[in-house]
Design a protein around this ligand. Structure first.
Ligand SMILES: [Zn+2]
Length: 72
């Protein structure tokens, strides 16, 4: 089953910022991740684990994200 939001990753508090949390693995801010697996870095342990359990991060074009394809 495909989940709509991925919010069960380990989070840690960003020091000095009262209401800011980030992924404990890839250190991306939760508001940047925004519940998307693609929001994590490709090297993120959580993302890799989720991908290995069946979910494929689609190469959707997102604002601020460059998808490297057709790179001849
Ligand atoms: Zn992460």
């Amino acid at each position: 089953m495909k989940k709509l939001f991925y919010i069960d990753y380990p989070q840690e508090h960003v020091e000095g910022q009262a209401h800011t949390y980030r992924c404990a693995y890839c250190k991306v801010i939760t508001t940047t991740i925004n519940g998307r697996l693609e929001g994590h870095l490709p090297t993120c342990e959580y993302r890799i684990k989720m991908e290995q359990t069946g979910y494929e991060a689609r190469g959707k074009v997102q604002p601020g994200v460059t998808v490297a394809d057709d790179f001849d």
